[in-house]
Write a protein that binds this ligand. Structure first.
Ligand code: BGC
Length: 712
C-alpha cells in the first residue's frame, strides 16, 4: 500500500478526542460520521447530513428592515459508532483508552483500536472499522472486533440509534448553536433492524435513519482467552424527505469494496505527488480526500465550510465553494463542479428576492451564508455586505467553462446566473465623480477581508464585478436567443459593457499599488508590536469597530484579485505583496494558500514554500486551534490551488492551457493530474523539465513556460 495515503493518530501532535473526531471523520457528500469514541457517548460526535437543518428566529436586540430573519442550523443526528458492551455482571466496559486510529485513503476505511475496561479493571480490546458507500451514498458499514485482554466470560453487546441531546454551549461565532426542536419516531422492524424518522419542527424537513445488525441488535457471547468476536452492522441515511428501502442490505465487505473502487478511480484522475517531502505529500492527499468527502454531489446541496466533519459555521455554504473548493473539481471531476453550479442555479429565485430586500430593483444577490438560499448571516457588515459573492459565483462558472468547454451546460445553467448577477451590479452601483472623471462605483461594501467592513470601492469587489459584467456580455453574444428568453435586450447588453469599462479600480499612485478601498491607506496601521500572541485571532479579542479603524487584514483581499486575474506587472505585484503581507494576520484559514501561490508566481520561493507547509497541514497541525469544530475545507481546496496554480503555474488564458514551472527547491519532483477539455493530463515538474503527457484523449496544443507545444 502507498504510504502517503494513510494517516494515523500517532503522527499527530494533538490527541484531544474532539480533534481526532474531526480528523478521522469520514463522509460521502451526503452524510458524515465523526470519529467518536464508541463507548463514551460523545457530545461532539454524531452524524451530519448535508443540507439537513433546523431554522429558528434570529433574535436581535435592535432590528432593522431587511435583516436576515432566520438561523439555519445543521443538526447532529445519532452516532452510528456508539455501542454498549457489558460483562457478565451487566457492568459496562465504559473506561476506554484509544490505542491507535488510522485512515486509509486508498479504501476510505477508518480503523480505531481501544482498550476497554470494566469497573473491576478487566479489559478487552475493541477494534472498530467504518466505511461509507460513496456512489449509493446512503450506507455506512461498521465492523466491531472484540478480543480478550484479561477478561474472559460472558459479554453482552447492545447497539441502537441513540439520541444524544446535549451540545456545547459557546459564544464563539464560528461554532454552531444548539438545536432542540427535533422529533424522533423510532420503529423496531425486527430483532436485527430499527428505523428512526427525524423531523425538524420548524424547517419541516425529515429523513430516515436505520441500523441493521448481521445478527441481532442485542446479543450475548462467551469470550474465551483467545477468541475474537466480529460483529457487523449497516447504517442507512435516507435522502432528505425520503423513506428508506432496506431490502438490499450490503455486507460490510461489499461496502468496503465499493468505497475502495471509488477512491481508486478518484486518485486516477486527481493524483498529486510531491517527491521530496513525505509529510507534505501525505497532507495534500488527506486534503483532497476530505475535500471530496465533504462535497454535495446532487445539485441540491453544496460544500459546508466545515464539510461534513463538524457543525462549525452551522453547516453553511459560503463563497468558499466557488473561490477555494470548486477549482479542484473543475480540473479533476467536472461533474461535481457542475452539481455545485446547479445548486447556485436552484437558489436563484431566493437570491432575486434578497436583492429586492436590499432595495436593488433588478438582478440577484446571493446570500453570504446559507443552506436554503435565504440569508442566514445575522451580522451584515461581514455578511450580506460581502456582495462579491455574486461575482465569485460568476468567476467559478467561467472557470468551469474555460476548463471544460461545456457550452451546453453553460447555456442551460450558467447563463441565467450570469445575467442576474450582472443585473445586480448594474443596479447596485452608481456613477460618481472620481478625480474629475465619471466612474462606476460601489459604495458601502465589504471585501473578502473581514477586518475591514462597509467601505467604498473595495478593489476586489470592483475588479470582480467588472469581470462579472464582461462575462455577461461574452455569454450574451454567444447565446443571443437564450439570452432574449431571459429578457436581455441590445440596450442592456451595451449597458453591461459600458459599466464594465467604467468601473473604478482604486490605485495609489505614490505607492504604485492597487488600493484595498477608497479609505484604506488613510487609516493607521494596527499596533502589531503591542498585540500579544494570545490575542490572535483578533476577532475573539477586540470589538469589530476597534479592528475596522485600522489597516489590518484577516485574509488576502486585493492580493486575491491579483491572483485570480494575473493582470498586473511583476513589479507592481511584488510591491503589493510586500505591502499587504505586513498588515495581514491570516486569522482566516483562507489566507495562506493565496499568499503561497502568489509568492510562487513572483519567485519568492522561500515564502511560497513556508506558507505552503503551514497551509497544507492546517488541520493536521491544528494551526487555527479550532479543528475540533470541523475541517477548514476552503483551505483543503486552497492547498490544491497552491500546488496546481502556484507551484504548477496552471491557468487558462485566452482559451489555452498555460503551465509555468515554479517548483520549490525543496522538492525533487511534482506531478499532478488534471482534466482539460475532455483529456486527462499528467504534468510532471522537476528542476530541469516540465513534462506533459496526455493519459486519455487527443493531442492538445498548450503553452509550457511561455512556448506553444503540442502534447500527446
Ligand atoms: C472567513 C470568510 C469565510 C468564512 C467561512 C471566515 O473566517 O473570513 O472568508 O467565508 O470564514 O469559511
Amino acid at each position: 500500500m502507498d504510504n502517503n495515503k494513510t494517516i494515523s493518530a500517532n503522527e499527530l501532535s494533538n490527541n484531544n478526542p474532539s480533534y481526532l473526531e474531526t480528523i478521522f471523520s469520514i463522509a460521502n457528500g451526503h452524510f458524515g460520521v465523526r470519529a467518536s469514541n464508541p463507548v463514551e457517548k460523545s457530545v461532539t460526535g454524531g452524524t451530519i447530513v448535508n443540507g439537513f437543518y433546523e431554522t429558528s428566529a434570529i433574535t436581535y436586540g435592535e432590528k432593522a428592515y431587511g435583516y436576515a430573519e432566520n438561523n439555519q442550523t445543521i443538526v447532529k443526528l445519532p452516532d452510528f459508532r456508539t455501542i454498549t458492551i457489558c460483562d457478565d455482571s451487566k457492568n459496562e466496559f465504559s473506561k476506554s483508552e484509544l490505542k491507535d486510529e488510522s485512515l486509509n485513503m486508498d479504501n476510505g476505511v477508518v480503523k480505531s483500536v481501544y482498550k476497554l475496561s470494566n469497573k473491576d479493571n478487566q479489559s478487552i480490546e475493541l477494534t472498530l472499522e467504518i466505511a461509507l458507500q460513496q456512489l449509493n451514498n446512503q450506507v455506512v458499514g461498521l465492523r466491531y472486533e472484540i478480543k480478550s485482554i484479561d477478561y474472559v466470560g460472558k459479554i453482552t453487546v447492545v447497539k441502537h440509534l441513540d439520541i444524544v441531546n446535549e451540545s456545547e454551549v459557546t459564544d464563539d461565532p464560528r461554532k454552531s448553536r444548539t438545536v432542540n426542536t427535533l422529533n424522533y419516531d423510532k420503529a423496531q422492524l425486527s430483532d436485527s433492524c430499527e428505523k428512526l424518522k427525524v423531523t425538524t419542527e420548524v424547517s419541516k424537513l425529515f429523513l430516515n435513519l436505520a441500523l441493521c445488525a448481521k445478527g441481532s441488535l442485542e446479543q450475548s457471547y462467551d469470550l474465551g482467552k483467545s477468541d475474537s468476536i466480529t460483529l457487523d452492522y449497516v447504517g442507512f441515511v435516507s435522502d432528505i424527505g425520503e423513506d428508506l428501502n432496506l431490502e438490499d442490505t450490503p455486507s460490510f465487505d461489499d461496502i468496503v469494496k465499493e468505497s475502495s473502487e471509488f477512491w481508486q478511480r478518484f486518485w486516477k484522475s486527481s493524483e498529486v505527488k510531491i517527491s521530496g517531502d513525505d509529510k507534505l505529500n501525505q497532507a495534500i492527499h488527506y486534503n483532497l480526500f476530505q475535500l471530496t468527502s465533504s462535497t454535495g454531489r446532487d445539485g441540491r446541496t453544496n460544500i459546508p465550510a466545515k464539510g461534513l466533519s463538524g457543525t462549525g459555521y452551522e453547516g453553511h455554504y459560503f463563497w468558499d465553494t466557488e473561490m477555494y473548493m470548486s477549482p479542484f473539481f473543475a480540473y479533476t471531476n467536472p461533474k461535481i463542479a457542475q452539481e455545485l453550479i446547479k445548486y447556485r442555479h436552484s437558489i436563484l429565485d431566493a437570491s432575486k428576492k434578497r436583492a429586492r430586500q436590499l432595495g436593488v430593483k433588478e438582478g440577484a444577490l446571493y446570500a453570504w451564508r446559507t443552506i436554503n438560499g435565504e440569508e442566514a448571516s445575522a451580522y451584515y457588515p461581514a455578511g450580506t455586505a460581502q456582495y462579491h459573492i455574486d461575482a465569485d459565483i460568476s468567476y467559478a462558472i467561467n472557470r468551469y467553462y474555460d476548463v471544460t468547454g461545456d457550452s451546453d451546460f453553460i447555456e442551460k445553467y450558467g447563463l441565467e446566473v450570469i445575467i442576474e448577477t450582472a443585473r445586480f451590479w448594474k443596479n447596485f452601483g452608481s456613477y460618481s465623480n472620481v478625480a474629475g472623471e465619471k466612474k462606476f462605483c460601489f459604495f458601502d461594501v465589504t471585501g473578502p477581508d473581514e477586518y475591514t467592513a462597509i467601505v467604498n470601492n473595495n478593489y476586489y469587489t470592483n475588479r470582480m464585478a467588472k469581470f462579472n459584467l464582461e462575462f455577461a456580455v461574452k455569454l450574451i453574444d454567444e447565446f443571443p436567443v437564450k439570452s432574449e428568453d431571459f429578457g436581455v435586450t441590445k440596450k442592456e447588453r451595451d449597458e453591461f459593457a459600458k459599466i464594465a469599462s467604467d468601473i473604478y479600480l482604486p490605485y495609489d499612485k505614490k505607492l504604485g499599488i492597487n488600493m484595498q478601498d477608497d479609505s484604506a491607506f488613510e487609516k493607521p496601521i494596527w499596533p502589531f508590536a503591542d498585540t500579544p500572541k494570545e490575542n490572535y485571532p483578533l476577532l475573539l479579542h477586540y470589538h469589530p469597530l476597534a479592528i475596522y479603524r485600522y489597516q489590518v487584514n484577516k485574509q488576502a483581499d486585493t492580493l486575491l484579485a491579483d491572483f485570480l486575474f494575473d493582470d498586473i506587472s511583476k513589479n507592481q505585484l511584488t510591491r503589493e505583496y510586500d505591502y499587504y503581507e505586513k498588515i495581514t494576520t491570516h486569522d482566516s484559514s483562507l489566507s495562506r494558500s493565496i499568499f503561497s501561490a502568489l509568492a510562487a508566481r513572483i519567485g519568492l520561493k522561500k515564502k511560497a514554500y513556508s506558507y505552503f507547509t503551514d497551509t497544507v497541514r492546517t488541520d493536521l497541525t491544528d494551526l487555527q486551534g479550532n479543528t475540533d469544530d470541523g475541517l477548514h475545507v476552503a483551505n483543503l481546496g486552497g492547498s490544491w490551488l497552491t500546488v496546481v496554480a502556484g507551484f504548477g503555474g496552471i491557468q487558462v488564458k485566452d482559451d489555452t492551457l498555460e503551465i509555468t514551472n515554479n517548483l520549490p527547491d525543496e522538492w525533487n519532483e511534482l506531478s499532478v493530474r488534471i482534466m482539460f477539455r475532455g483529456r486527462l493530463l499528467e504534468i510532471t515538474y522537476s528542476a530541469k523539465e516540465t513534462n506533459v503527457k496526455v493519459i486519455e484523449g487527443k493531442p492538445l496544443e498548450i503553452n509550457i513556460n511561455g512556448a506553444k507545444q503540442l502534447v500527446k
